[in-house]
Design a protein around this ligand. Sequence first.
Ligand SMILES: Nc1ncnc2c1ncn2[C@@H]1O[C@H](COP(=O)(O)OP(=O)(O)OP(=O)(O)O)[C@@H](O)[C@H]1O
Ligand SMILES: O=P(O)(O)O[C@@H]1[C@H](O)[C@H](O)[C@@H](OP(=O)(O)O)[C@H](OP(=O)(O)O)[C@H]1O
Length: 428
Amino acid sequence: MKFFMEPELHLLPKDLSIYEHQVAGHGYSQRCEQNPVKTKPQLLHSHDERCIYKPVQGAPKGDREIQFYREVFNEKVATCRDPDLAELRCLLPTFRGVHIDAATGRRYLRLDDLLADFVQPSVMDLKMGAQSYEPDASERKRSVELAKYEHRARVGFLVTGLRAWRQERQSYEQLGKRHWAKVTPDRLQSDVMPPFLSSVPRGVHRRRAVRQLLNQLERLQAWFERQTLYHFYASSVLLAVESCPAALDDVSSEASSLDDSGSPEIPASPQPQLYGETNATDPSASPAAGNKDSCSSGIQECESAAGNKDSCSSGIQESDGAAGNKDPQLSAHAQRHDIDELSADEAPEAPPKVQFASSPQSQSSIDPSLNSESTSRYSNANNCGRAPIALAAMIDFTHAVPGNGCLDNNYLVGLRSLIELLRNYQFD
Ligand SMILES: Nc1ncnc2c1ncn2[C@@H]1O[C@H](COP(=O)(O)OP(=O)(O)OP(=O)(O)O)[C@@H](O)[C@H]1O
Ligand SMILES: O=P(O)(O)O[C@@H]1[C@H](O)[C@H](O)[C@@H](OP(=O)(O)O)[C@H](OP(=O)(O)O)[C@H]1O
């Protein structure tokens, strides 16, 4: 067994279940079609570990994703001075090694469950990029990808799955690939965010959720506007919002007590400022996951169906000059400028410190401080210690390639367009 030769392979735990919050990706379509013959392995879940186990895909995609995660979570990176790499760790799920199912020989990536702090998450997966294939993709792959969504170049992303809680029906609604491939650019504003955000009760909860999503997406955008380490094709942004009314009310009552103790109130205007709900003053930065029993789950509807790495020279990518915006002082200056245009209450969060739980167990090349069995409740990548009622994180790195000193303008097209949709979201 070749895989047992690998130094960092661990046995797959036995008590895993199928991950109920998966909304897209390999193994998902067959689940929706309720195909009794399960040919593709599913995403697995450990409730106790607060982790998911993602099946490693076939060569070369699977090994490339492993290599990517190992690079990002390599022990040495913790001490290296590259701020872009350090920040990247906060934008995606923490990687905790590769495991093998001894019975089948199948390997799995162990990753933090991004939704572990949610009681009843509604989730959307958006595959980012005006182009979803690598520059050196075969003609066949290009035509397969181009056929998936005719408006991709203009829109910059394709929604691949939505699973949204419907309070009135007490069940989840699921909308899959076929549904999203029909969304035309003129229907984006009305057809993308409303079915997702309507899973959060209207009013203060929904406004907070939108502000939290925008904060996280703007931080992602700021990272993409300076980093030139990687280009990400067919990679996703995973969006999640808390849909459990009782959990949201818990957050609100904690918010009131915070406000009583002198913290600034969140404005409840009908046209809220969408920028910069800071963590320090964010009452929703308190546990949302305390009221688990009052929320149930259930699925009602399923509609899902079945070369040149130097992007500076490709049609889509644009060079930002020799070293892009790599000068941290330049980036800091640019960020400062944005902050200066906002009032103190609206100022975005300072770039977070990367925090990792300590652990007695270590795996050789993965940062040992990341290998904790029991992480903080809010240690999920994107939150970096914060409690969410909304989350935006990067996932799926089977097509992460070297950035070679160029900005990933392909991804940025989608990110900007997604942020625009949220900024223009019409609260009812
Ligand atoms: N760390 C995570 N936490 C929570 N959910 C996750 C996580 N990683 C993946 N998922 C869920 O699993 C789905 C599929 O994940 P991912 O895109 O990584 O898989 P994939 O099989 O490589 O996808 P594709 O077939 O598009 O290449 C996501 O849409 C999301 O619902
Ligand atoms: O959902 P399905 O029907 O399983 O289809 C797969 C899905 O579209 C994946 O996104 C794609 O992987 P990438 O996004 O990584 O290209 C994969 O391509 P592949 O066959 O080349 O692995 C498809 O087979």
